[in-house]
Design a protein around this ligand. Structure first.
Ligand code: FMN
Length: 394
């Protein structure tokens, strides 16, 4: 992993303040040095003790408290920060920073830092939509302050609308992306396949698998953020296509094969994370199969192994496969690297309940064509994507 970075978290007095504990706990697990500054009003909601325990650093609040060491704290933390995250960010703190007010430890540190500052606002919908708040956000954005937009939903006050603090995962991902922002894929073409494919049985029925596309979408987003020209070919999924990525929707193995081959030659890196059907019904019924009293059996035939086809035709492309296995994970994955002519394989154990399909997390082992086996900790799919491109680019 990368060297330890410092995140200064500003906690302000909103009802979502307790959620900041979860954010800090998650950030701490990412091997970051966390320092918390609380406003006086934030301490009306939660005591500093919880933040102190989770961050493993003293919480700072009072600008005029006697310093424990001879350093001017608002300046030292402002200098130490690689990034400042304000979570939750009240309308008040946004307004103060937008207007150059520095009347407490948090706003003074924000004013004194040269590090990127990101706000995660949370407030009542009417407050959030208030033109003054929106003008303040607009002004701060134009000055290169970043915002993690609040979500919509039922708010603590009972209203329904925009103003809910973004979920922990989104906040943590934004922080990590900003901290480890790399542009090492500029001028590279990256093709990613994602999601399941379907094998139709008749006009209304098909078989498919549990893939949701989350892993492939995370890979496409990571490649995009690192500057690549990204094409994402995906089977059916409920995910929103990432902005700034060429998105191609497919359904069957055949369609995925066709689109992948259409784009393959011009690519530098091809990551095949789609869970493509291995089998399809021998006979497709053009009319709906009628329900009857007797049992129904369907014969399946093998479908194209797209990854193997790419391995056989590849020239200079770096080809990465995924192996979802329920047993003999490493042995099976190692065999695939050889038989499919891959450069890397990302193997994951699908029997684990809290990782793999549909989960935001994954626990994988990456195996290289040289036979190097790299086991990874459990991490978000976006982090898996980050580690994969770090490895490809070493
Ligand atoms: C129970 C309660 C909940 C509040 N929730 C929010 C909130 O979610 N968002 C917000 O902007 N202000 C909220 N406020 C108002 C802020 O606490 C108030 O604007 C305060 O001045 C913020 O101070 P600070 O930004 O220095 O922490 C709430 C106030 C109370 C009493």
């Amino acid at each position: 992993m990368c060297s330890k970075k410092t995140v200064v978290v500003g906690v302000t007095g909103g009802i979502a303040v307790y959620k900041a504990l979860d954010v800090i706990s998650s950030l701490k697990k990412k091997d970051l040095d966390i320092h918390v500054i609380m406003t006086k009003n934030a301490m009306e909601f939660v005591t500093p003790l919880s933040f102190q325990s989770l961050s493993q650093n003293m919480v700072i609040s009072d600008m005029f408290a006697e310093p424990k060491a001879f350093e001017i704290q608002h300046i030292s933390l402002a200098k130490k920060a690689d990034l400042m995250l304000i979570v939750p960010a009240t309308a008040n703190v946004i307004g103060k920073v937008a207007n150059g007010i520095a009347d407490d430890m948090l706003t003074t540190t924000i004013m004194a830092t040269k590090a990127p500052v990101v706000f995660a606002p949370a407030m009542n919908t009417n407050m959030y939509n208030n033109v003054i708040v929106q003008e303040n956000i607009k002004k701060l954005k134009s000055l290169d302050y970043k915002f993690i937009p609040p979500a919509s939903g039922r708010l603590a006050c009972g209203d329904i609308g925009t103003g809910k603090l973004a979920d922990t995962n989104t906040i943590v991902e934004t922080v990590l992306t900003m901290l480890y922002d790399k542009k090492d894929l500029v001028n590279k073409k990256v093709l990613v396949t994602a999601g399941p494919t379907i094998s139709p049985i008749d006009p209304v029925r098909f078989i498919t698998n549990r893939s949701t596309g989350k892993m492939g979408f995370a890979i496409a987003e990571e490649a995009r953020d690192r500057g690549a020209d990204v094409t994402l070919i995906s089977g059916p999924t409920s995910l929103v296509p990432p902005v700034g990525v060429k998105y191609i929707k497919v359904e069957t193995n055949e369609e995925m094969l066709r689109e992948t081959l259409n784009h393959f030659e011009q690519q530098d890196i091809v990551v095949k994370s789609a869970a493509v059907a291995d089998y399809k019904p021998k006979q497709y019924s053009t009319t709906k199969i009628k329900k009857s009293e007797s049992e129904l059996s369907i014969d399946f035939i093998k479908d194209t192994d797209i990854l193997k086809t790419l391995g056989e035709t590849k020239k200079n492309q770096i080809l990465v496969g995924f192996a979802a296995e329920s047993n003999d994970l490493i042995k099976n994955a190692e065999a695939k690297v050889r038989t499919k002519n891959l450069d890397y394989i990302v193997a994951n154990d699908i029997t684990s309940r809290d990782t793999g399909f549909a989960s935001n997390d994954n626990k994988v082992t990456i195996i290289t064509k040289e036979g190097k086996i790299i086991p990874m900790e459990k991490m978000t799919k976006r982090e898996v994507a980050r580690e994969l491109f770090n490895l490809i680019n070493t």
